[in-house]
Design a protein around this ligand. Structure first.
Ligand SMILES: Nc1ncnc2c1ncn2[C@@H]1O[C@H](COP(=O)(O)OP(=O)(O)OP(=O)(O)O)[C@@H](O)[C@H]1O
Length: 278
């Protein structure tokens, strides 16, 4: 069966906690193969939206389809088949502190394929650990023995355990230094390219938005008020969007992007000149 163009479709979503309505009539499409950045002020419901899509939050109203299949109110066995096809990196990594990195990566494998042999589990875990740029000797370490950046990579290795087609990342670069954050962005981009992943990426990090997101969805007023490329969003005159992208941090992110582009153009020109001199 051909894959739908939209990997995720959310329609008319409503979420509330007691009297507090977080989402009302929220619609969103995530296209196949894109990295969609999801932004919005603190508490606008980005994580609740992600939890609704992956079935950890039961909305009051609305519909969610992933891979063309409705995800809400499904029987557990049906839901498992869909869950196998996505990986999730929760805010903070959410690693089990009493398990090693390799054992953490093996958790979803053991859940979905309980009869896998120990040697195969070890082999897959070791491959995923290397794939996320961690040294191979990170596998037997406990999360507390890793740096913050390494813990994020370990969380990503676990999210990739089942060879997902869709990846959910909740603030993956929060708490990382700028170099670590840029390296994590590059890793995300290269996974998208090489594995053809679709990525739903919640972030406050403007550098991440500029560097790797194909489109950005803005949450405000309980719904997605706009989705588009950053240039398309900049053309809108919504005050939050203008303040967010044109404020001091937005301008700094643009300057970083331009500096990176110039550096990469200079190195490409240098390489071309070198090969011409041979
Ligand atoms: N389980 C829950 N019970 C009650 N309220 C909740 C629950 N989960 C989330 N909320 C509330 O819903 C609102 C949205 O939370 P959410 O975590 O989605 O925000 P966010 O946009 O991801 O914020 P941040 O950028 O700060 O991470 C918040 O006011 C939060 O307190």
């Amino acid at each position: 069966m051909a894959e739908p163009e939209n990997i995720i479709e959310v329609r008319g979503l409503k979420n509330a906690f007691g009297d507090q309505v977080v989402h009302e009539n929220l619609d969103l499409d995530v296209r196949q193969g894109e990295i969609l950045g999801v932004v919005g002020g603190s508490g606008t419901g980005k994580s609740v939206l992600m939890r609704s899509i992956i079935g950890l939050q039961q909305p009051i109203a609305g519909e969610v389809t992933v891979f063309g299949e409705p995800t809400l109110g499904r029987a557990e066995t049906d839901a498992l088949e869909i869950r196998k096809r996505w990986g999730v990196l929760f805010q903070g990594g959410a690693l089990f502190s009493t398990l090693t990195v390799a054992e953490n990566v093996q958790v979803p494998l053991r859940e979905f394929y309980p009869s896998l042999s120990l040697s195969l589990l070890d082999e897959i875990a070791s491959y995923k650990v290397i794939m996320t740029g961690l040294p191979n000797d990170a596998g037997p370490k406990f999360p507390a023995e890793l740096s913050g950046g390494m813990r994020k990579r370990a969380g990503l290795a676990r999210a990739l355990a089942m060879d997902p087609e869709l990846l959910f990342l909740d603030e993956p670069t929060a708490g990382l230094d700028p170099i670590g954050a840029a390296a994590f962005d590059e890793l995300t981009k290269s996974l998208q390219r090489t594995l053809g992943l679709t990525v739903f990426l919640i972030t406050h990090d403007l550098d991440t938005l500029y560097a790797i997101c194909d489109r950005v969805a803005v949450l405000a007023d309980k719904r997605v008020i706009a989705v588009g490329t950053i240039d398309e969003l900049l053309a809108l005159d919504h005050p939050w969007i203008q303040e967010y992208f044109r404020g001091p941090r937005g301008r700094a992110a643009v300057a970083t992007q331009e500096a990176q582009r110039e550096r990469s153009e200079r190195s490409t020109a240098g390489a071309a000149a070198d090969s011409g001199a041979d």
